[in-house]
Design a binder for this molecule. Sequence first.
Ligand code: 3PG
Length: 209
Amino acid sequence: SDTDLASVLAGARVMPVLTVPSAATAGPLADALAAGGARCAEVTFRTPDAEQVLKTMAAHGGLTVGAGTVLTPEQVDLAVAAGARFVVSPGFDEAVVARCGELGVPVVPGIASATELMRALRAGLDTVKLFPSEPLGGIPMLRALAAPFPQARFVPTGGIDAYRMTAYLADPAVLAVGGSWMATAAHLERGEYEEIRRLTAEAVQRSAT
Ligand code: 3PG
């Protein structure tokens, strides 16, 4: 169904996580990500311009765009109205998950423990964001957490780069990997769109092998 992240991602395995200081950069950023072969992106609600960035990037047409760092049901409404096709949160919040369910938009809550994963499973979700993945212990943490929950699929995010990404993607429990390394706020402040394209292309190529 289209309330499932896997169907929205349609095979994409690398998720650029974006914190965009100015909406003026959203168009060139979407161009650079699409030129690098990205098919999806997560725009985080961490900057005042996030809603406008989401609108611009969703309207670009070349990317399936979702909202990240969604902490409240009100932000779910703003995100979906702006064109978000999926919602990501750093943690598990029942009100956020419920609002996404009402709107029929896939939601990927962050989890950092078996208890949080059990809450997500009880809420009817089987895809979760392991966050923050590297500080939690990386692949050994993922393996240990996945073992009792064969139905769970993970989108590890937090401290991952193009090199760490490939080992995560080799794990059958991993749906996709997220990270900011392809397009950072520093890249955007410096107008480094060619570097964003290059890092995105590198990640997309490595994710496909
Ligand atoms: C997120 O919200 O998913 C993280 O900030 C992304 O983590 P990273 O910046 O360590 O890649």
